[in-house]
Ligand binder design. Structure first.
Ligand SMILES: [Zn+2]
Length: 464
């Protein structure tokens, strides 16, 4: 079944696998040639993605596994010939998963697939047993009286559906982000949510949530979508549903994390630095192939292609961020540590899997309109359209964009992204090599245009 799925997804890739040779007016023949070469050969991207997910596997922030990921990336980027390869260390509070089990005690005894959300509190080792109270939204939970919720296990469902631009994750992610604190404030014993995802497999989706100030941590888990639907059907029968829940995560204290930095030195230091990258850490359930080994591989491979073609005008800095999943700690650390230098002119992060890039959003100063048009023209043969929204540069490079640094987002098709996101199913076989190549081609084309742009790249005005 999985093989069929991959083949079916690979088929449309043929449409963009035909190299489209460069006689587009106004754009450099070299940038187009680099783009087309990337479509034919994914050696570096696949090597990085396959190596990282096989030799390291999951890379949970602040753990020994993430440290092995940093060591792996340091060695790989050095081997690939990047300059100034180093670690930017920082420390963080670390939370790790324990045992996780959920079972319905009555009226229909059976077990359910559950996983703890980040920063979840713990049950005692034997678990807790309580009545389940269901809500169809965070708003409904908010409206409930404390008395109706006290001592119970809160269940919150939602109706997230797949979307090409992934826009469901914002609104439908509320049960994960706000549900646990709200349930705790109302005196709930625990909370389980319908996983924030779009698949129909018994894979619960984890993800971070943070306790609001002063709120007591309670056990907080996600049921797989089929189990959440099963629980909803039980509740719809109007009988009292009792659940036993075992979640025993723990906080292990302060531990090191860090970003990996590598550069392709530019020939003109006065022209500024372009930062690209993705996050190196992952959740612990799968091997972090789609989220975000893919982004690491795509941006590394694109920068490598530019490096192989000769010295660009601007320095390209690749940053593989640590501890993104638990709150964007590495991105913030890089911003705080490097903003004062005042030499970063453009940023772009890849953190939405490896399905084909379908849209480019830019945040460029009016003075750089021509550069935007050149990037658009270079990307068009890859089937990429220009969007109307400003780029936001992702979780890790967002702080730069918010401070007025120019940014370009290459948006991947998110239709199946939330089938795998933060689940045990986020593994290498979900990445389609032909779509991965299209990503590298898009990033290579964008980087070639930006790094070699003869004009200055200006900051963007930020709303006060
Ligand atoms: Zn991610």
């Amino acid at each position: 079944m999985k093989k069929l799925l991959v083949l079916a997804l690979a088929a449309p890739a043929l449409a963009f696998a035909q190299p489209n040779s460069p006689s587009q007016p106004g754009i450099s023949g070299q940038a187009a040639a680099l783009r087309d070469a990337a479509l034919r050969d994914d050696h570096v991207a696949w090597d990085v993605l396959e190596g990282l997910t096989t030799e390291v596997g999951q890379r949970m922030a602040g753990t020994e596994a993430e440290a092995r990921g940093r060591a792996w990336a340091l060695r790989k980027l050095t081997e690939l010939g990047f300059s100034n390869v180093h670690v930017e260390p920082f420390e963080m509070d670390v939370w790790v998963r324990g045992e996780e089990r959920a079972e319905i005690i009555s009226p229909f005894p059976q077990s359910m697939a559950v996983t703890a959300l980040g920063n979840s509190g713990a049950t005692p080792a034997p678990g807790i047993e309580a009545e389940v109270i269901g809500f169809d939204s965070v708003a409904a939970l908010e409206a409930a009286s404390d008395e109706s919720v006290r001592g119970k296990i809160v269940f919150v469902t939602h109706a997230m559906a797949p979307a090409q631009d992934g826009s469901g994750y914002g609104p439908f992610g509320a049960p994960r982000r706000q549900g646990p604190s709200l349930a705790s404030r109302k005196g709930a014993a625990a909370i389980v949510i319908r996983s924030i995802g779009t698949d129909h497999h018994r894979n619960p989706h984890t993800g971070v949530q943070s306790w609001a100030a002063g709120v007591r941590p309670i056990p907080a888990g996600a049921l797989s979508i089929p189990d959440a639907e099963q629980l909803q059907r039980m509740l719809d029968r109007g009988r009292t549903v009792r659940m036993r829940l075992v979640l025993t995560p723990r906080n292990t204290g302060r531990h090191p994390s860090g970003n990996i930095v590598a550069e392709v030195p530019g020939s003109d230091p006065s022209a500024g630095i372009v930062i690209v990258g993705g996050h190196l850490d992952s959740w612990d359930l799968g091997t972090g192939a789609v989220d975000n080994g893919a982004g690491v591989a795509i941006t590394t491979a694109a920068a490598h292609r530019i490096m192989q073609a000769g010295r660009p005008r601007r320095t390209i800095r690749v940053v593989l961020f640590g501890a993104e999943e638990v709150g964007g700690l590495g991105g913030e650390a890089h911003f705080q540590g490097n903003r004062a230098a005042g030499n970063v002119v453009l940023v772009g992060e890849s953190d939405f899997g490896a399905d084909r890039v379908w849209r480019v959003n830019m945040n460029l100063a009016p003075a750089n309109a021509a550069l935007g048009d050149r990037v658009t023209a270079l990307l068009a043969p890859l089937g990429i359209v220009r969007g109307r929204d400003p780029a936001n540069a992702g979780a890790d490079l967002g702080p730069w964009a918010q401070a007025g640094t120019a940014a370009i987002d290459l948006n991947q098709d998110g239709t199946r992204y939330f089938d795998y996101h933060h689940t045990p199913d986020d593994t290498l076989d979900k990445v389609d090599p032909s779509q991965l190549r299209q990503n590298v081609a898009a990033w290579t084309a964008m980087l070639a245009a930006v790094a070699d742009a003869p004009e200055a790249i200006a900051p963007v005005e930020v709303a006060p």
